[in-house]
Design a protein around this ligand. Structure first.
Ligand code: SF4
Ligand code: SF4
Length: 145
């Protein structure tokens, strides 16, 4: 069987394949802080309020860019230039020509393995409804790189 996710470049994926490539970790829906001096990006455990954390899916995917103006349509971006994407992000891995990990659902055949492998944010984040932006630095985490 052809493993299109390993054979095709991102630019050759159709819409269905593009969506299927997402591992469902929801790490990209965590707020990030950037050190203005070094450019280093720090992940926080504060998540977007529109995320369904149990499912690790956006609660309103079709309107996400309207609800959250800085929420990007990744397909319109140069993935390789998005340094803030987690190192485990399937789009980043493929943009770098690297294989998907064994816990990715396309490899494992199971959408739950991203969670059982501890790679998603399920049960680990707090909604930004409950944290003032000035306090995000108190929620810096180190389990996302
Ligand atoms: S970090 Fe990448 S793979 Fe994970 S949910 Fe976000 S877009 Fe999908
Ligand atoms: S709007 Fe949806 S996709 Fe965008 S950060 Fe929030 S939960 Fe994630």
């Amino acid at each position: 069987m052809t493993e299109w996710w390993h054979e095709l470049p991102l630019t050759a994926l159709d819409a269905q394949q593009w969506e299927a490539l997402c591992d469902g970790c929801a790490r990209c829906c965590l707020h990030k802080l950037e050190d203005v001096d070094t450019g280093e990006v720090y992940y926080t455990g504060v998540r977007c309020r529109h995320l369904d954390e149990t499912a690790c899916r956006c609660g309103d995917y079709a309107n996400r860019s309207v609800l959250v103006p800085h929420c990007l349509d990744l397909r319109a971006q140069d993935i390789a230039a998005l340094r803030w994407l987690p190192a485990t992000c399937a789009y980043r891995l493929r943009a770098e020509g690297r294989p998907l990990p064994e816990w990715h659902h396309l490899v494992s055949g199971d959408r739950e393995t991203v969670h059982t492998a501890g790679m998603s944010i399920r049960g680990r984040a707090v909604s930004d409804e409950f944290v003032h932006p000035d306090g995000y630095d108190e929620h810096i985490i180190h389990w996302v790189e």
